[in-house]
Design a protein around this ligand. Sequence first.
Ligand code: KG4
Ligand code: ZN
Length: 349
Amino acid sequence: MINLAFESSCDDFSCAVLLKENSENDSVKIKILSNIIYSQDYVHGIYGGVVPELASRNHIKAFLPAFRIALSEAEISMEDVGLVSATAGPGLVGSLLIGLMCAKTISYALNIPIVPVNHIEGHIFSPFLDIKENKEIFPFAALVISGGHTHLYLVNSHSDIKLIGKTRDDACGELFDKVSNYLGFGYPGGKTVDELAEKGDKRAFKFPLPMIRSNDLNMSFSGLKTAVINTIDENGGPKNIKKNVVYDILASLRESVSEILFKKTSAACEAFRVKNVAVSGGVSANSRIRSMFKERGEESGLKIFFPSVKYTTDNAAMIGYAGFFKNAIDPSVRRSEFLDINADPSWEL
Ligand code: KG4
Ligand code: ZN
């Protein structure tokens, strides 16, 4: 079965082709035949954040080339497609509508089923895109860390996902982006912060770890952001601060964020008695978060899964992957349900 997937929840347009094969022993093998991503970083960078109207306009431009290249890289034609998946929320409504309407049109024209997929669900299962999934991964704790999310879930199955903790204010990607903007390194800044932090001393500054001792699984990052900005100001401000002090601040910031995320995730594992952890979202590309989870996870007897870096940011492969495990809507059989498919910008799992 070939699944054509679309993702357009924020500022990246992506189209992917996936193949599902059923093997003899009833196990399922999913192959990613293509995964095309049109990033709009260059469009929004100068504004220091995503401009929703520009995101939708650029998705319209990206759709046809992304779609054509995805089919040609996968070496398939439209007639080979048996299923369409698309992100239906959460995200920016104007952005979501573009990918979803493209998918609905293809589904209707080819008379093939469509699956509306939750974007966060796509991230949650992205660490398993490259490995053969089997039932042993359940239950697991899922930490989704991106520009808009810092959420912890307990995942018992593809259809049983519970929110167990989240940030009360900024998402951790948002924190990296705001510090990067303040220092003049531009948006999005997570990757730059990560690279510069490599040159600094992670013990140089002691930043607060907000809510680390709260008796729940919630988190907070805005106090940490204020502490970092105050430290930059005390050391000459963004224009006059010495380079090596910037590196030390960023290394210490990255260490504090990793510490908060690991402590909360391991507390979730203890509370729900789970041993598997899946970390996903754009921020899961961070090298220190990866190394701390691997080192300390191993010490605590946890099995940690990260996606390959290419699947950390928004992509359609993860939407298609989640789509294979969801109920599809057949336009000819369930016509009224098909017509009701709409974008839901605040769709909660
Ligand atoms: O998942 P994603 O592509 O989009 C959202 O749904 O938000 O995540 C984007 C976020 C941005 O905040 C970006 O700065 C951050 O991921 N990011 C990183 C790294 N690479 C991207 N943050 C920390 N370290 C990185 N290496
Ligand atoms: Zn995302």
